[in-house]
Design a protein around this ligand. Structure first.
Ligand SMILES: [Ca+2]
Ligand SMILES: [Ca+2]
Length: 145
């Protein structure tokens, strides 16, 4: 009896391992490049050198449609249909552009991530908090979250 119970417990914990591995991953903020290189001319290329990078550290692809990215002021970007593969990242560029693998575009004509301090908040389509990343320094141009 005891041996059977121990064996059952052992196999149950083995069966739990893949679930635990998946639970360890998440959709999270990876990097905020808030001061685009050079002077801030508001050109589209300069706007696009400002971005937030999001990483999918889960073991499966995730559809980001409806996820939102918001700054401290309240400017909000809502993801279009975009599938981020397991282990991959996607950059949300501030300016205009055509969506491609690893890149989506907010479409703004002005910067959104302040050069001195700001907070990026990532939420699910239902509005549930997923991650946030704050910085408060002009000594650097980006923040690893
Ligand atoms: Ca700059
Ligand atoms: Ca801002």
């Amino acid at each position: 009896m005891l041996a059977a119970a121990v064996a059952a417990a052992a196999s149950a914990s083995v069966a739990l391992l893949p679930t635990q591995a998946q639970a360890a991953g998440s959709i999270h903020l990876y990097k905020v490049y808030y001061d685009s290189p050079g002077s801030d001319t508001r050109s589209n290329s300069s706007l696009n050198a400002e971005y937030v990078q999001i990483k999918n550290s889960t073991s499966r692809a995730v559809q980001l449609k409806g996820y939102t990215l918001r700054d401290k002021t309240g400017y909000t970007y809502t993801f279009p249909s975009y599938r981020v593969s397991a282990g991959k990242t996607v950059k949300v560029h501030t300016g205009r552009g055509s969506q491609s693998a690893g890149h989506v575009y907010w479409g703004r004509g002005a910067y959104v991530w302040n050069n001195d301090k700001d907070t990026t908040t990532l939420r699910t389509p239902s509005g549930a908090f997923r991650d946030s990343c704050s910085y408060n320094s002009t000594r650097y141009d980006y923040k690893m979250c």
